[in-house]
Design a protein around this ligand. Structure first.
Ligand code: HEM
Length: 744
C-alpha cells in the first residue's frame, strides 16, 4: 500500500501520526516515553535493507538478462523474502483474538492501610497501563461478537515493576482447578476432526464436557447471558476472578477481589444482532475501541476492591479460594479506589498488541496470591506458553513488555538477547562485580512473599465448600430481569439446539434443573423435549479413579437462601444516564429535510453521540433547498446492527425513496426488533414499523411507544432530546415481544 506523503517532521518526532494527536497530555506517560526510541515511521526517509544499505530498485529482482534467471546473489530479494517468510508467530493458545490500548491509572486516595504497593498511594501519580481485551475460544481472525467470556488484561507499568491484573469480564470461571484447564479448552475449541465450529461453544464436545461438570454451572449462567455479547469493550465490567491478597507496610494481609466498573455502564447486544454483526463487521469491538479513543472519547473504568479481613476467611458459605464463586456485593461492598483511562491507540498491532505478554504472576510488593488452585496453575502457565509463542526467554525485553522500573539480574543470553551485560560476574554471590546486583531488603522494596501458614497433608482433594456448585448459579438466575432470563433461555436453546448428540442435550437440560426448574422447563420446551430428563448421580463424572462417588456429589450450602438476589448481577441495574459515544444512523435519501439533519447532528454531537448519514447511495445527497449533505455510508456497506439508534428525517422525496428500498425498510425494522431507540420527524414517521404514515407526524413531540420518538418538522430539537434519553436507556425491552412480529 502506498505511504501517504506528509509534511516534513522534526527529526525527534518522526513517528508523529494521527494517533499521537490524541494523546491528551500523555507526554507524562513514562511508558509511552520509553517506547519512543523504538518507534519508526520511515517518513521522509529512503528505503534500506535491514543493514541500512539504501535500496535503489524495489520493483525488480536481479536477473541474468531481462528475461533470464534470478540470481542467488540478490541480497535485497533474499532478505525481503526471508523476513516475510517468518512474519507469523503462533497465536495465543487461548485469547488469540484481541485489541488493546494505552492509558493510565490513578488512585483516588492513598491505600496505605491496605497495601504497600506504591502505585496505589499517590493520587497525583499516573501509572501507565496497557490493556488488552480478548475473546477466549476463537482464532486470531475470528469475529469479535462470538458468545464468549472476554479477557480484560491490564499491565500496570509501576515504578516497582510490572503488575498484571489478568482478568475477565465475568467474575467466575468454568473450573475450580487448573488441572482441568486443558480439558475445558480442548472441549470448547473447534472439534479436532474438521475444525468446526470457529469461535463458538455451540457444539458437542463443549457441552459434553460441561454436562459432566456441575462446577461449571455458575459460569454457564453468565456465558449464556448477554454478558457474553457486550455492546462494546468499553461497556463491560472486569474482574480479577481469584481472591488475591493485599499486604500493607505492617505485613498485615487482607483478601481482595478486584473489579473494573465501566463509567458508561454495562451493556450488551442481542444474540440476533451479534450473529449479524459478525457478518457486517467482524471487527466491531476493536473498531469501536479504536474509533472512540481516536475521537478523544477515552474509555474509563473505576477500580473496585472487595476487601475481606483474614479473620473472615471462613465466614461465608462459599470458599474464598473457589474461583467459581463470587463474593456478593451485598455481603462485601465494592469500594471504588481509582480510575483507569485508555487514551491512546497502539502504533503497531503486532509490536504491541500481539507481542504483549501478561502473567498473573507479575506482582509488586503489597500484592500477593492466595491458594486458589486455579490461580496457582495459572502462575505456571503464562511464562511457559510465552516461551513458545514469543520464541525464547527474552520476551521481557520486547519494548511493550519492558517495565519502566530498571531491570538488573544475572540472567543471561538466550535467543534474541538485547541487553549488553557489561559485568563479568553473572552469578551471586560475587566479588568481581562488587557483589552487584544486590538483593533489596523489604524496606528497599524487595518483594517478600506473605508468610501464609501451610502444613496440611499432601492430597488431591478440594475444600468442602467447593462442592456447592448450584447455589450461586441460582442466585445469578434469580437476580436477572425477565428480559435477561428470556435471553438466557434462548441462548441455551440455541447452543443445545446445535448439538448432534441428543444424549448430551438431555443431560445438559437435566443439569439445568439443578439451577432452576423453570429455566430447565423453558429450555426443554424450546428443544422439543417432553420433560426434563433425569440426570443420574453422581452428577460429577470428573472424579478420581478411586474416588468415592458420594464424596463428589454437589451439595447446596444451607444458608444461601439468606441472599435470594444480588442487584449487581443484573445489567438492568447498570448506569443508564448517558448517550456518549453511541452511534446514531440518520437514514436519508435525496430530497431529505436538510435542516432536520443539521439540527439533529448538532444536538447529538453536543451530547457526545456520533451521527452518521446512511443513504441508498454514497457520495452526497441533495437535500431540501439544494443543500448538499455528505453521505457517511451507503446502505449496502452497513446495517442497523452497527448502530445504537436510527433517526429518519422528513422530506417527501427522501421518504418515498426509502419506503421503496427494501434495505432501508429492513434497516429500520431491524433496529425496532432489536429494541433500539428510533426517531422520526415529518414524513419520516412513515418509515417507523406500526406507524406507516396513516397517522402522520404527531402534533407535538411524543414517545409513540417506549424508545420510539416522533415529531413535526419543526420539532427536531425536542425530538433529539427525547431520542438522547431513549439512547441512554440502552434498549426499550418492553418492545421485544412486539418486535418478534416485525419482518427483519
Ligand atoms: C488454569 C487456568 C488457566 C490457564 C492454564 C490459562 C492459560 C492461559 C494461556 C496459556 C494464555 C495465553 C497467554 C499468552 O499466550 O500470552 C492465557 C491468556 C489469558 N488468560 Fe488465561 N488461563 C487460565 C485461566 C484464566 C482465568 C481464570 C482468567 C481470568 C481471570 C484468564 C485470563 C486470561 C486472559 C485475559 C488472557 C489473555 C491475555 C492477553 O490479553 O494476552 N485465564 N491464559
Amino acid at each position: 500500500m502506498a505511504t501517504k506523503r506528509r509534511a516534513k517532521q522534526p527529526k525527534r518526532d518522526k513517528t508523529t501520526d494521527d494517533n499521537s494527536t490524541h494523546t491528551n497530555g500523555n507526554t507524562t506517560n513514562d511508558k509511552l516515553e520509553a517506547l519512543q526510541p523504538f518507534r519508526e515511521s520511515g517518513m521522509d526517509e529512503t528505503l534500506t535493507t535491514n543493514q541500512g544499505t539504501r535500496i535503489n530498485d524495489d520493483q525488480n529482482s536481479l536477473k541474468a538478462g531481462a528475461r533470464g534467471p534470478s540470481l542467488l546473489e540478490d541480497f535485497i530479494l533474499r532478505e525481503k523474502i526471508t523476513h516475510f517468510d517468518h512474519e507469523r508467530i503462533p497465536e495465543r493458545v487461548v485469547h488469540a483474538r484481541g485489541a488493546a490500548a494505552h492509558g493510565h491509572f490513578r488512585v483516588y486516595e492513598p491505600l496505605s492501610r491496605l497495601t504497600r504497593a506504591k502505585f496505589l498511594q499517590d493520587p497525583a501519580a499516573k501509572t501507565p497501563v496497557f490493556v488488552r481485551f480478548s475473546t477466549v475460544a476463537g482464532s486470531r481472525g475470528s469475529s469479535d461478537l462470538a458468545r464468549d467470556v472476554r479477557g480484560f488484561a491490564v499491565k500496570f507499568y509501576t515504578e516497582e515493576g510490572n503488575f498484571d491484573l489478568v482478568g475477565n469480564n465475568i467474575p467466575v470461571f468454568f473450573i475450580q482447578d487448573a488441572v482441568k484447564f486443558p480439558d475445558l479448552i480442548h472441549a470448547v475449541k473447534p472439534e479436532p476432526h474438521h475444525e468446526i465450529p470457529q469461535a463458538a461453544s455451540a457444539h458437542d464436545t463443549f457441552w459434553d464436557f460441561i454436562s459432566l461438570m456441575p462446577e461449571s454451572m455458575h459460569m454457564i449462567m453468565w456465558v449464556m447471558s448477554d454478558r457474553a455479547i457486550p455492546r462494546s469493550l468499553r461497556m463491560m465490567e472486569g474482574f480479577g476472578v481469584h481472591t488475591f491478597r493485599l499486604v500493607n507496610e505492617r505485613d498485615e494481609s487482607r483478601f481482595v477481589k478486584f473489579h473494573w466498573k465501566p463509567l458508561l455502564g454495562v451493556h450488551s447486544v442481542l444474540w440476533d444482532e451479534a450473529l449479524k454483526i459478525s457478518g457486517k463487521d467482524p471487527d466491531f469491538h476493536r473498531r469501536d475501541l479504536w474509533e472512540a479513543i481516536a475521537s478523544g472519547a477515552y474509555a474509563e473504568w473505576e477500580l473496585g476492591l472487595q476487601v475481606i479481613e483474614e479473620k473472615d476467611e471462613h465466614a461465608f458459605d462459599f470458599d474464598l479460594l473457589d474461583p467459581t464463586k463470587i463474593v456478593p456485593e451485598e455481603l462485601v461492598p465494592v469500594q471504588r479506589v481509582g480510575r483507569l483511562t485508555l487514551d491512546r491507540n497502539p502504533d503497531n498491532f503486532f509490536a504491541e498488541t500481539e507481542q504483549v505478554a501478561f502473567h498473573p504472576g507479575h506482582v509488586v510488593p503489597g500484592i500477593d496470591f492466595t491458594d486458589d488452585p486455579l490461580l496457582q496453575g495459572r502462575l505456571f502457565s503464562y511464562t511457559d506458553t510465552q516461551l513458545t509463542r514469543l520464541g525464547g526467554p527474552n520476551f521481557h525485553e520486547i519494548p511493550i513488555n519492558r517495565p519502566v522500573a530498571p531491570v538488573h539480574n544475572n540472567q543471561r543470553d538466550g535467543l534474541m538477547r538485547q541487553t549488553i551485560s557489561t559485568s563479568h560476574a553473572s552469578y551471586a554471590p560475587n566479588t568481581l562485580g562488587g557483589g552487584c546486583p544486590f538483593q533489596a531488603g523489604a524496606r528497599m522494596g524487595g518483594f517478600v512473599s506473605y508468610p501464609e501458614r501451610t502444613g496440611d497433608a499432601k492430597t488431591r482433594r478440594r475444600g468442602e465448600k467447593f462442592f456447592d456448585h448450584f447455589s450461586q448459579a441460582t442466585l445469578f438466575w434469580n437476580s436477572q430481569s425477565e428480559t435477561e432470563k428470556h435471553h438466557i433461555v434462548h441462548a441455551l436453546r440455541f447452543e443445545l439446539g446445535k448439538l448432534e448428540t441428543g444424549a448430551i442435550r438431555e443431560r445438559m437440560v437435566g443439569m439445568l434443573a439443578n439451577v432452576d426448574r423453570t429455566l430447565a422447563e423453558q429450555v426443554a420446551e424450546g428443544l422439543g423435549l417432553p420433560a426434563i430428563p433425569a440426570v443420574e448421580p453422581p452428577l460429577n463424572r470428573s472424579i478420581p479413579a478411586d474416588g468415592r462417588p458420594e464424596d463428589f456429589e454437589p451439595r447446596r450450602a444451607k444458608s444461601t437462601s439468606a441472599l435470594e438476589r444480588s442487584a449487581a448481577l443484573s445489567m438492568a441495574n447498570t448506569v443508564k444516564d448517558t448517550a456518549k459515544t453511541r452511534k446514531v444512523a440518520i437514514l436519508a435519501a435525496d430530497g431529505v429535510d436538510a435542516a432536520a439533519i443539521e439540527t439533529m447532528k448538532t444536538a447529538l454531537t453536543a451530547a457526545g453521540a456520533v451521527a452518521k448519514v446512511v443513504a441508498p447511495h454514497g457520495g452526497t445527497l441533495s437535500g431540501t433547498r439544494g443543500v448538499k449533505i455528505a453521505v457517511d455510508f451507503s446502505l449496502l456497506t452497513v446495517g442497523s446492527v452497527l448502530f445504537d439508534a436510527v433517526f429518519v428525517p422528513g422530506g417527501v422525496q427522501s421518504v418515498k425513496t426509502l419506503k421503496a428500498d427494501a434495505m432501508a425498510v429492513l434497516f429500520v425494522n431491524e433496529a425496532y426488533k432489536h429494541c433500539k431507540a428510533l426517531a422520526a420527524t415529518g414524513e419520516g414517521i412513515a418509515l417507523l414499523p406500526h406507524h406507516n404514515g396513516a397517522r402522520g407526524a404527531p402534533a407535538t413531540v411524543e414517545e409513540i411507544e417506549e424508545g420510539v420518538v416522533g415529531g413535526g418538522d419543526g420539532d427536531v430539537s425536542s425530538v433529539a432530546t427525547a431520542l438522547l434519553k431513549a439512547i441512554a436507556r440502552h434498549r426499550a425491552w418492553s418492545r421485544e415481544e412486539k418486535g418478534q412480529h416485525v419482518p427483519a
